[in-house]
Design a protein around this ligand. Sequence first.
Ligand code: PMT
Length: 360
Amino acid sequence: MYTEPTTFSAEQYFATQLPPPALQHDVESVREFVARQQKEGRAVVLVTSGGTTVPLELNVVRFLDNFSAGTRGATSAEYFLKAGYAVIFMHRQFSLQPFSRHYSHSTNPFLDFLDIDSPESQGATPRISVTPNKREDLLQVLTVYKEVHARGTLHTLTFVTVNDYLWLLRAVSQEMSVLKRRAMFYLAAAVSDFFLPRQKMASYLVSSFASEHKIQSGKGSLHIEMDQVPKILKPLVDEWTPGGFIVSFKLETDQNLLLPKARQAIERYGHQVVIGNELHRRKFEVVFVSKKPLPALPPGIEQTDEAILQAVDPTNSFSEYWLRIDVPEHPAPGFLVKEIEEDIVDELVKRHAEWIANTP
Ligand code: PMT
């Protein structure tokens, strides 16, 4: 008999919700990828990207979604590859992907890049060529894309629902734990905080006279009560992949909440970096929040908790580092001087290397 927890712990969540059907296959592919990268001496970063859905029906017609085009994740993945990392790119199905993101069907449709050359002789097949003013950009993207494929340093996984995401994140991070400090986690996906447990979904559907079928209208308003998704950063840090370098993102719509919320996350989960971003400024401004390294204690004093507590000023124990790109006051739509992800990844690669060097 299913008894409904008030709030799910990660353990309760995985004991009561079903894994996605492709999980085992995905895990084996990740195991093989990680083993090869480890043999070839590369650090590996897991980049999560895009929004998760929350289905409202077992046979899904309606679902709630989390906002994210996947730009942050797809762009960052390219810069990590450029920096020599192998990348596991875990993204929402149909969201932006590294390299192909440059030719998104809505902003830069690839058919607009092509010309049809009329054949010289009658009856010959027409040839397709790349529009001359698009060639240089395309050649650059295509060259790197082909190099990455030849090296085999990009592995792609997809999720749709928050349930797929949670199962995959746990399994992939457990596979990456063999890399110890050479594993980085870059959690840029927009993860739903609420979900509908499958057990509740069934009864909720029954009360809507719909059994496993789509919810019927005509009964007035629809009330949905959702449960809270367990906070998975805690088990990720403490159990699934101890030793990894973990970077999470904090999205806020109120700029004033960025720092307090990012500090709270660092304090609560004890990971390495929170990158705060405000929804409308996220392409131009982010803030890195971390715990300051412990102060050097005077000679003769051991690194006991008490000695450290006395030496640390609790009101000043976080470091904040703003990354900004200058933009005109009223930028034209689509205006972009450079991609802020280039600077984000540069900074993280530097911090990861220092952290590897300084962590016993
Ligand atoms: O893709 P784009 O359009 O470019 O947008 C990028 C982005 C704005 C989505 C991205 O930069 C971003 O901020 N992603 C994180 C959004 C988010 O889920 O924020 P949050 O405050 O809900 O979660 C904060 C952290 O807690 C996340 O790292 C998340 O992995 C983690 N989390 C979330 C839910 C949950 N149940 N457990 C968690 O541990």
